[in-house]
Design a protein around this ligand. Structure first.
Ligand SMILES: *[C@@H]1O[C@H](CO)[C@@H](O)[C@H](O)[C@H]1NC(C)=O
Length: 289
């Protein structure tokens, strides 16, 4: 059997269903969220911009499709009145699969607090990870009805990990961290789904051009791309395969991979079947950024 990859005129649309849905919390409930995605001309990384902190600051992040969570550099210019470290042994710590209990021997600040739950922020471009404090802060994003942008909504306790300035090495200029979209409870799409009671679905349309943006939708379709193309009607589906072994740069034994895998039987390019040794274990490794 042959798998054929379908390309939309403007971009490739990837569509993911994470797992069954979960709990509610806000009064205005958006139907879906939208996030423009640009392509950085020099690194060719895909970049998203989210607003975080109080007062809100626009933060550029490299998209990491298989990343476990959002991480940002907390060492430089992290100022926020709503920053909250996640305590060891708390419910949020277990939701985040926290792997340790951190102490910090300098004055308390974002990224440096005692009795905090830690994780491994991972730069998947350079395959470098470090240990960092898990925390919560406000994140805001634009809602949409699938067609037109709607009001800006926010999640007050968005979970993320504090990375370090050195971990930004290899990321696009101006970027302050990575936005992980993988299959974990605290990935960016999982947290939006939980906060707004969406189905656990998101869609990414990546532009091949550095001069025109792509877009990401969180929640249900329609996913309308200009001029008036509801791409949610033309999607094809394939099962996502779980990999029980972590593919992160640093992990705890027994952790599953947060990346999405698909089973591929063969690859055809321009009608020609690529010759490769296929085995039942082969799967295509769909990694961001
Ligand atoms: C953490 O606790 C140690 C020992 O009590 C103390 O020296 C240090 O200043 C504390 N750090 C922070 C960030 O509060």
């Amino acid at each position: 059997m042959t798998s054929t990859f379908h390309f939309l005129p403007l971009c490739t649309l990837l569509f993911f269903i994470i797992s069954p849905s979960s709990l509610a919390q806000t009064s205005f409930r958006p139907k879906a969220l939208v996030l423009p995605i640009s392509k950085d001309a020099s690194s060719l990384q895909y970049i998203a911009q989210l607003n975080q902190r109080t007062p809100l600051v626009p933060i550029k992040l490299t998209l990491d499709l298989g990343g476990q969570f959002l991480w940002v550099d907390c060492e430089q210019h992290y100022v926020s009145s709503t920053y909250k470290p996640i305590r060891c042994h708390s419910a949020q710590c277990s939701l985040a699969n926290g792997n340790g209990c951190g102490e910090c021997y300098s004055s308390p600040k974002p990224g440096c607090n005692n009795n905090t739950c830690s994780q491994f922020p991972d730069n998947s471009v350079t395959h470098t990870a470090t240990s960092g404090e898990l925390a919560q802060d406000v994140v805001s994003i634009q809602s949409t009805n699938g067609l037109n942008p709607g009001r800006v909504v926010s999640v007050s306790n968005f979970i993320f990990t504090c990375g370090s300035t050195f971990l930004l090495k290899g990321l696009a200029s101006g970027v302050k961290g990575m936005a992980g979209f993988g299959r974990t409870r605290i990935s960016v799409p999982s947290q939006f789904s939980t906060a707004f009671s969406f189905h656990r679905k998101f869609a990414i349309c990546l532009s091949s051009s550095t001069s025109s943006n792509g877009v990401m939708f969180f929640g249900d379709g329609p996913y309308v791309l200009l001029p008036n193309n509801d791409v949610s009607k033309s999607l094809i589906y394939t099962p996502l395969i779980k990999n029980p072994v972590s593919t992160a740069s640093a992990y705890t034994q027994g952790d599953p991979s947060a990346e999405y895998f698909i089973g591929v039987k063969s690859i055809k390019i321009n009608g020609k079947v690529l010759s490769w040794k296929s085995s039942p274990e082969d799967s295509i490794f769909m990694n961001g950024p």
